[in-house]
Structure formats: structure tokens, C-alpha cells
Design a protein around this ligand. Structure first.
Ligand SMILES: NC(=O)c1ccc[n+]([C@@H]2O[C@H](COP(=O)([O-])OP(=O)(O)OC[C@H]3O[C@@H](n4cnc5c(N)ncnc54)[C@H](O)[C@@H]3O)[C@@H](O)[C@H]2O)c1
Length: 446
């Protein structure tokens, strides 16, 4: 197939170069955020490698296997250079990034000391916060306003001030998990949402206030938590209208990452599953917040979603119609950020004979999440510079990073990690005018 037929170099609208500074506004300067920020600085200084980051270490094959052409993704697509990334953020506590990172105990003291002056200089702006939405937290470094619209305007002001110092801005939620909320009439349109802000509608959580402020200012928004934030009609409308890309939610780091690798493997081999029991012990602040049943419910919904979509029980009732799927998270302080995730999987094979698989993942939560947060920021910035992506709103190609992918209404989400990876890379090829790779491979046998 010729390049023209596949949207090759002649037809692809050009992605604008990443000129100048990229400002990253992080909501919530806790474990994940500080691990990302300190990590980026450590990489910039040559102290460590950006392991786990596709944008920094990943390659992309172009052309045939025999062409031997696999450049680094960051050399193929015009991503912002790490040296051009500038961080700021909000938190309900006054701790600077050094203090917060020390509290999180993810990175070693020695590493933090080397970066100390840089990290200390990043001080949080006062946050939009309401304890009704995160029961286990209570901070004092918060904005005051006459209503939610006033608070949104204050966040807009923060964005505008930051924008004076950088060339482009992206926002990412690395804040706590809020209580479980469902969409209501207030979320239907931009107008109804704005009225709701004026009237302090209870369905509008702080994460939605930040997202609204970002999108109305034309700033792309990523959501690292499972909160109901941009998966709302009003936000999708705003995202499209203002060329401010959005994507799904909840970083896919530990257990769900493993699930979206293993479940497709069972399905590909037509092996049945009768039960999947997942439990976690976790001792960081995130674990403490998730100890509250209302925040846990938000996380549970997000964690439960993937299997149902991957297994497609409606297509394979003999294999997957009766899965018992359970997810637990237990707050256990001694482990800190070093989460342990256990999975017991009951599968069955030929003639229905049962087997078991046990997974014990002794992971480091924020070490897994930090590169995901970084990649999302860099890819959303790229999307905003792509004429083909900037106005479509939801960036489904970023599902790769998220427990709850976001899709257009009526479209089921793709959870299989390898399909997601293929979608991501083909999207990059497409926007850069390279041929897509289908893995058909018949041309090698002509
Ligand atoms: N680490 C992982 O592997 C992982 C994976 C998926 C999702 N997440 C989600 O990412 C989020 C961050 O995780 P973490 O481990 O860094 O948690 P954390 O508790 O260390 O950090 C969250 C920070 O957000 C702040 N915060 C809460 N509400 C805020 C608000 N309204 N405005 C500004 N700041 C606010 C808190 O004060 C805290 O400093 C959580 O929602 C978590 O569920 C983490």
C-alpha cells in the first residue's frame, strides 16, 4: 500500500514542534507526584535512567522488519524534552516537594539530598479542597471562595500566572481518590455545570473544579485517580471546544497492569476462568484514604472494570459467564509505599479440568506510577500540537496507561495491554505520516 493510501507523509497534517518550556501543573504533590518530579530532575542530571517510561526509553518500528528502522519514540515524534519541563502544583498541605517526598518515603534520602534545593523550590499553591469528598484527609492550605465558581476562577488565575512563565501547560491529577460519585443533570452541558458551580452543587467534586479550570483555559487534563472528573458530557464538550485533550483515569500500575496482561493470555488460548480474587496490602497515604469505604468504592469500580471487557462473557459464556471477581485493598502501615498485591486465579482447561495460578507482586506503587504520569503529560502535550488529535477530545490511544480507559459514548473500552500498546504506536505513526503496522507480514513471502 502506498504511503498516500495510509495517510502517509504527503497527507498527514504536521504536528507542531515542541518549542520552549512545557509547564506541568500537578494537582496533589504526594507520593506519585514527588516521585515523578524528583525522578525527572535525577534523569536530567544524569543520576538515574527513566526506566518504565515509554516516551523516554521506548522505540517504534517503522516500515518492514527487514528495514531495521526502530527510532526512539522521542526522536520520532516531537515530544517536549525533559530539560524543557517545568513543574508546579497544588496541595492541601504546605510541604514543599522535598518535604513531601521525604514524608512519602519512596525515594532514598541520599537521592533526595542531591536534589534538595531544586525540590525545595517547588512549593504548592493553596488547593481547592472539601473534606466531604475525601474523608480521611484534612488540610489547611486551601483556597477560600464564595462558591465553587469562585474557586474555579482562582484556579484559572493560577493557570494564567503560570502560563506567563512557560510556553505550554498541561495539568495532571495526582491527588487523592475522592468518594464515589455518579453523573447527574449538572454534568450534562457546559451551561448546566457552570450553573452548578455558582450554586455549589454537591455533585461537583474538587477534581472537577480543577478539570473545568484547565479545560476552559485550553489546558489538557490527565486523571491519575479513579475519580469522576473528565468522564462527563460537559467536560468532553469543553475539551473538544477548547482543543484541550483528555484521556481516561486511574494509573494502571500494579495489579490491574498484571490483570490486563494475564486475562488476554487466557482468552487467546480459550482457557476458562471461574474466579479471580485480588487483595492488596498498602501503607502509604493513598492506602489510608482508600481505607474509607466511600473512596474505596471509587477505586473498586475502576479495578473491577477490566476483566469484564477483556473476557467478553457475552461472546464466550462457557468460559467467562460465571467469574467470581473480588478486589480488596487493606491499609497496612508497615509496608508504606511498597504494596503487595496477591491474585488467586482459578482457571479451567480442556474438558473443564481446574487449575490455579497465584501472583504475588511485591511492587513499589509510586515507582510504577511516576513514569506513567510523565508519559501522559508528554503525550497530552503532543496531542495538543497535533491537528488531527487536538480537537477530538478523548485520546483513546492513551488507554495503555489507565485502569479506566475513556471512549466515545457507546464504544466499549479496550483493556488488553498489547492491543492498547499497538493502538498507541499506530496513532503515533499515523500523526507523523508513517505507514501503520498491521503485523500481516505477507509481503515477506511474495
Ligand atoms: N501509586 C499508584 O500506583 C497509583 C496507581 C493508580 C492510581 N493512583 C492514584 O493516584 C493518586 C495519588 O496517589 P499517591 O500515592 O501519590 O497519594 P498521596 O496520598 O501520597 O498523594 C495525594 C496528594 O494529594 C493531595 N490532595 C488531596 N486532595 C487534594 C486536592 N483537592 N487538591 C490538591 N491536593 C490534594 C494530598 O494532600 C496528597 O498530598 C491517588 O488517587 C491514587 O489512588 C496511584
Amino acid at each position: 500500500m502506498s504511503p498516500e493510501q495510509q495517510g502517509g507523509p504527503q497527507t498527514a497534517a504536521k504536528v507542531a514542534p515542541a518549542k520552549g518550556k512545557l509547564g506541568v501543573m500537578v494537582v496533589g504533590l504526594g507520593a506519585v507526584a514527588t516521585t515523578m518530579i524528583a525522578g525527572v530532575e535525577a534523569v536530567r542530571r544524569g543520576l538515574a535512567k527513566p526506566i518504565g517510561s515509554l516516551t523516554q526509553m521506548g522505540t517504534i518500528r517503522l516500515g518492514k522488519r527487514t528495514d531495521n528502522n526502530s527510532p526512539l519514540i522521542k526522536n520520532f515524534a516531537p515530544l517536549a524534552d525533559l530539560n524543557d519541563v517545568v513543574f508546579t502544583g497544588w496541595d492541601i498541605f504546605e510541604d514543599n516537594v522535598y518535604e513531601s517526598a521525604a514524608h512519602a518515603k519512596v525515594l532514598e534520602k541520599e537521592t533526595l539530598e542531591q536534589l534538595r534545593p531544586y525540590l525545595e523550590a517547588i512549593k504548592p499553591l493553596p488547593a481547592v479542597f472539601d473534606q466531604y469528598y475525601v474523608k480521611r484527609l484534612n488540610g489547611t492550605h486551601v483556597k477560600k471562595g464564595k462558591n465553587k465558581m469562585d474557586l474555579a476562577n482562582q484556579v484559572r488565575e493560577d493557570i494564567r500566572n503560570f502560563r506567563k512563565t512557560v510556553d505550554r501547560v498541561v495539568m495532571i491529577w495526582c491527588g487523592s481518590t475522592e468518594i464515589f460519585l455518579e453523573p447527574t443533570a449538572v454534568h450534562k452541558t457546559i451551561e448546566s455545570f457552570e450553573k452548578g458551580l455558582e450554586k455549589d452543587d454537591i455533585g461537583i467534586a474538587p477534581s472537577q473544579i480543577y478539570a473545568y479550570a484547565a479545560l476552559i483555559e485550553g489546558v489538557p487534563f490527565a486523571n491519575g485517580a479513579p475519580n469522576l472528573t473528565v468522564d462527563l458530557p460537559c467536560m468532553i464538550e469543553l475539551s473538544k471546544k477548547n482543543n484541550a485533550p483528555i484521556c481516561g483515569k486511574d494509573f494502571k500500575t500494579g495489579q490491574t497492569f498484571m490483570k490486563t496482561v494475564l486475562a488476554p493470555a487466557f482468552k487467546t488460548r480459550m482457557l476458562g476462568v471461574s474466579g479471580w480474587y485480588s487483595t492488596n496490602i498498602l501503607g502509604n497515604r493513598d492506602g489510608e484514604v482508600l481505607d474509607d469505604p466511600e473512596s474505596f468504592k471509587t477505586k473498586e469500580e475502576s479495578k473491577l472494570g477490566s476483566l469484564e471487557y477483556i473476557f467478553q462473557p457475552e461472546l464466550y459464556p462457557d468460559l467467562y459467564a460465571n467469574i467470581f471477581h473480588k478486589v480488596r485493598i487493606n491499609y497496612y502501615p508497615p509496608r508504606g509505599d511498597n504494596k503487595e498485591g496477591w491474585d488467586n486465579i482459578d482457571i479451567f482447561g480442556w474438558l473443564g479440568y481446574p487449575m490455579q495460578i497465584k501472583v504475588d507482586f511485591l511492587c513499589r506503587d509510586s515507582i510504577l506510577a511516576a513514569p506513567i504520569a510523565l508519559d501522559l503529560v508528554l503525550f497530552l502535550d503532543l496531542a495538543q500540537r497535533s491537528p488531527e488529535l487536538r480537537s477530538i477530545g478523548i485520546q483513546e490511544w492513551l488507554s495503555f496507561y489507565l485502569k479506566s480507559p475513556q471512549t466515545r459514548e457507546g464504544l466499549y473500552p479496550e483493556h488488553d495491554l498489547f492491543i492498547q500498546s499497538m493502538k498507541l504506536k499506530n496513532t503515533l505513526r499515523h500523526i507523523m505520516g508513517a505507514d501503520l503496522i498491521t503485523h500481516l507480514g505477507l509481503e515477506y513471502y511474495d
